[in-house]
Write a protein that binds this ligand. Structure first.
Ligand code: PHE
Length: 339
């Protein structure tokens, strides 16, 4: 009986060790340890033993059962573990996949040039001020010495939002707002978007950008205006750039000038860019009209000032040799990525 027990035990151990899935193990458990299992069957034969042998044999059977039981538990745990590992391995997320590249944006060329302008003027002591794009007739025209029947309004037709509101046609409106809010000495630039009823072509856009400059103080003269503009032009176009004043007319300045600089492309000799003249027109300027000072409560006997208005778009297209102003507003990435 003992030999039989040993044989069953080693067969069971070998079978469990050889098993390689849960179902096989479960079948082995039934086969050896179940109610009708082989080890249980041995216990049933105990009746044929003497009373002294019975407990000894009983203990041996129980030990054998325990060994097989433990082995089955161990094997089951090991198999569960292995299955879990395999599952984890199969389901891992590959975090080494390259991420989608994030494209870094860049400044729009208009902003690059504007930033340069702001640097130049703030280094000369100017503040940067802001004004609304939707202006009143009062600030955009009336206070700038352009009454309702003034012919200068024709050149600056715009979109009207009701009786008195309009899309501003010039950043000059900010002159008035500044003079109303600050006491001289005043030194400001006001960059911003302006609007005019213009046909779109290579050099015109109904939406464009200006930078208005304004200086008001005691004893300000046209020499100061020329000095500031010369300094600015040389910083933008290079040391050898010359500045030329041509008489002109603006209702809010007197005298008024158009300002030309020597062509940065040919240095003044004459080329395709300057249409052979050697000069490029970059801005309008003048001494602030006494009527304008008065409308803001500043005494023209005590103070004088100058103002200038620079076209940012023109400055940008000449700097980067951009042939068509429309490119600045189309937001075509193929164009913008070139800067
Ligand atoms: N506002 C004028 C224009 O848009 C430019 C300008 C500004 C002229 C300041 C003189 C002084 O045409």
């Amino acid at each position: 009986m003992k030999a039989q027990l040993e044989a069953i035990k080693s067969a069971a151990i070998a079978a469990v060790n050889a098993a390689n899935d849960q179902t096989q193990i479960e079948a082995l458990r039934v086969q050896y340890l179940g109610k009708k299992g082989e080890l249980t069957a041995i216990l049933k034969q105990m009746g044929s033993l003497s009373p002294e042998e019975r407990p000894v044999m009983g203990q041996l059977v129980n030990e054998a059962k325990a060994v097989v039981e433990n082995l089955i538990t161990e094997k089951t745990t090991a198999m569960k573990e292995k299955a879990q590992q395999e599952k984890l391995k199969a389901e891992t997320i590959d975090i080494t996949l390259p991420a989608k590249p994030v494209k870094k944006g860049k400044l729009h060329p208009l902003n690059t040039v504007l930033d340069d302008m702001i640097d130049i003027f703030t280094s000369m002591g100017f503040d940067v001020v802001d004004g609304p794009e939707v202006e009143t007739d009062h600030y955009n025209f009336e206070c700038l010495n352009v009454p309702a029947d003034h012919p200068a309004r024709d050149m600056q037709d715009t979109f009207y939002l009701g009786e008195n509101l309009l899309l501003r046609t010039q950043t000059s409106a900010a002159q008035i707002r500044t003079m109303e809010n600050r006491k001289p000495p005043i030194r400001v630039i006001c960059p911003g978007r302006v609007f005019r009823a213009d046909e779109v072509d290579a050099t015109h856009s109904p939406v464009f950008h200006q930078i208005e400059g304004l200086v008001v103080d005691k004893g300000v003269t046209m020499c100061d205006l020329k000095g500031v503009l010369e300094q600015f032009a040389q910083e933008i176009y290079g040391k050898d750039t010359q500045v030329k004043f041509r008489p002109s007319f603006f209702p809010f300045t007197e005298p008024s000038v158009e300002v030309d600089v020597t062509c940065s492309e040919c240095g003044g000799k004459g080329c395709r860019v300057c249409k052979g003249s050697g000069w490029i027109e970059i801005l309008g300027a003048g001494m602030v009209h006494p009527n304008v000072l008065r409308s803001c409560g500043i005494d023209p006997e005590e103070y004088s000032g100058f103002a200038f208005g620079i076209g940012l778009d023109r400055l940008t297209t000449t700097r980067y040799k951009i042939s068509d102003i429309r490119l600045l507003f189309e937001n075509d990435k193929r164009f913008l990525e070139q800067f």
